[in-house]
Design a protein around this ligand. Structure first.
Ligand SMILES: CC(=O)SCCNC(=O)CCNC(=O)[C@H](O)C(C)(C)COP(=O)(O)OP(=O)(O)OC[C@H]1O[C@@H](n2cnc3c(N)ncnc32)[C@H](O)[C@@H]1OP(=O)(O)O
Ligand SMILES: O=C(O)CCC(=O)C(=O)O
Ligand SMILES: [Zn+2]
Length: 485
């Protein structure tokens, strides 16, 4: 079983994995013993690729080639703020019902994680929404508290009385929404936006103006309203891919164009209908956006928005030190479990960082390299997220290097030829069914005792089968595991 899994949400698995510690050494039963392949994952001096000197830059010391470059003068990939909207957009997820206690627990967890802003549902939505908003404002969190309202004075008047640090104002600007949602033209939208922004500003709190469905709105309409609100001192303008239709190129173009038109901050809100939300968020930062909307596990309307964990993974890959300095990364798993439980879903198996076996390596080629230097097949370091890496051994894709590391953990004395011979047997058995860690360990011990007692030599397949059969019989007769000591 892979202990990085959420015990509540993980599918059942067979125990076939070995944890590997930060230094690349494998360990037995969570007790980190020394693996002979234990290679420092950062300086790589002992790694198989660890060639130093003569101008040769060892691979493990190379920077991520996609990390921001000095030439990306607009890029905010290493200078951004997160507007965490689990308690607003996330409440729009079909399964979400957050009672006051749950909202407070989520707000506190997000604050402890270190998000800069927490966005709450409009206090105009219901009486409970209003009182919950007030309660969260009174918690005294480090994160700034925002609430999200329609571009309407009625909503604005209620919002500014709740004690929030800022108000996020939104109104649809696409022809779809102008015709079928609120029915207002751009002149009316602009006039109301000015009125609402001026009012919120007069209360001395932050105000953001956002155009809903920005990517299906007319560019001239968009730029002209953003320019107008920028001139009257809005703190941020927001772009929203409300239907998740945008691709990274379109995001880059719109954000970069807007960056040339307004002086205020730029927020972006990205739906994930076509799976682009994380890539689009990253691209928005490259183009000069300053604030990114997220929700835990990406929950929101339909398939939701940019997930907090996925965004953090992506930005950590670009600049680990910056992301580590801003956020309490080991808390991510706890927050995801908290929200997953609250909305009665599982953490997805392919979730970045916290997904089932996100740090488990299986194929023999991968296992060998990982044991030498984890950076060979990992762009994220599990230890930075309070998690552990594993090497899975008991399957047909295994290799002798992975088996050797297990032999050493078990303290068995086998040479390379013997380990290769034992590996061939593991593969043969795993062709029939996956072998648990216990299965692998028993086989290795039987093999070892056969060699020690002289009953077995390399290549004696029948002798090995006989010893294994004898071992299985003694275990099933209740005589205990003769070779386990
Ligand atoms: C893309 C997004 O996710 S935007 C955020 C969505 N968030 C929410 O909807 C918050 C939860 N919503 C609610 O509780 C309710 O919809 C309320 C309280 C906001 C409004 O409820 P109701 O008055 O019953 O109106 P209803 O929900 O049926 O329709 C929305 C109304 O807002 C108007 N409207 C829609 N968007 C906007 C906007 N951005 N700015 C101003 N008015 C708007 C619509 O024209 C409609 O007005 P109408 O009453 O004259 O027909
Ligand atoms: O306020 C915003 O910027 C976004 C509103 C929203 O949820 C959306 O457009 O999908
Ligand atoms: Zn949204």
């Amino acid at each position: 079983m892979c202990p990085n899994q959420n015990a509540d949400s993980s599918p059942p698995t067979r125990d076939q994995m070995v944890p590997v510690d930060m230094n690349g050494s494998t360990s037995v039963n969570s007790t980190h013993t020394n693996g002979v392949n234990g290679v420092n994952g950062t300086n790589g001096t002992n790694g198989v690729n660890g060639v130093n000197g003569n101008g040769y830059n060892p691979p493990q010391q190379r920077r991520n080639p996609y990390a921001p470059r000095a030439s990306d003068f607009l890029s905010n990939v290493s200078n951004f703020k997160i507007i965490e909207s689990t308690l607003r957009e996330g409440e729009q997820f079909a399964n979400a019902f957050f009672d006051t206690k749950t909202k407070i627990a989520i707000a506190k967890a997000l604050d402890a994680f270190g998000v800069e802003y927490i966005e709450l549902t409009s206090p105009a939505a219901s009486e409970q929404s209003r009182t919950d908003c007030e309660a969260i404002c009174k918690l005294g969190l480090k994160a700034k508290i925002l609430t999200h309202i329609r571009c309407h004075m009625d909503d604005a008047r209620i919002a500014v009385e709740t004690g929030v640090d800022g108000v996020d104002v939104v109104i649809g600007t696409s022809s779809f929404l102008r015709e079928f949602s609120h029915g207002k033209d751009m002149a009316y939208i602009t006039k109301t936006a000015i009125e609402v922004i001026t009012f919120v500003k007069s209360k001395g709190i932050e105000v953001r103006f956002s155009s809903e469905d920005s990517f299906r709105s007319d560019l001239v309409d968009l730029l002209s309203i953003y320019q107008t609100v920028d001139k009257i001192g809005v703190n941020r303008v927001g772009i929203a891919d409300t239907v998740g239709c945008a691709n990274p190129r379109q995001v880059y173009d719109l954000v970069r164009t807007l960056r040339g038109v307004v002086g205020c901050d730029i927020e972006i809100h990205l739906h994930n209908d076509t799976g682009m939300a994380i890539a689009n968020a990253y691209t928005a930062l490259e183009a000069g956006a300053t604030h990114i909307d997220t929700s835990v596990l990406g929950i929101g309307e339909r398939v939701g928005i940019t997930p907090l964990g996925g965004l953090v993974a992506c930005l950590y890959a670009a600049n680990p030190e910056y992301v580590k300095s801003k956020y309490n990364l080991p808390m991510l798993r706890e927050i995801e479990n908290l929200v997953a439980e609250a909305v009665e879903v599982n953490v997805p198996f392919m979730n970045p960082i916290t997904g089932y076996c996100a740090f488990t390596h299986k194929a023999g080629i991968h296992a060998k390299a990982i044991l030498n230097n984890p950076s060979t097949y990992e762009i994220l370091k599990p230890e930075d997220f309070g998690l552990t890496r594993y090497v899975s051994i008991g399957h047909r894709l295994t290799g002798w290097n992975a088996v050797k590391s297990r032999v050493e953990q078990l303290g068995l004395n086998l040479n390379d030829d013997e380990i290769k011979d034992a590996t061939a047997k593991i593969k043969e058995l795993a062709d029939v069914r996956t072998q648990s860690m216990d299965d692998v360990d028993s086989l290795l011990r039987v093999y070892h005792s056969g060699i020690q007692s002289g009953q077995l030599a390399v290549g004696q397949k029948e002798a090995l089968d006989r010893l294994l059969r004898k071992h299985r019989e003694s275990v099933s007769n209740g005589e205990g595991d003769a070779v386990s000591a």
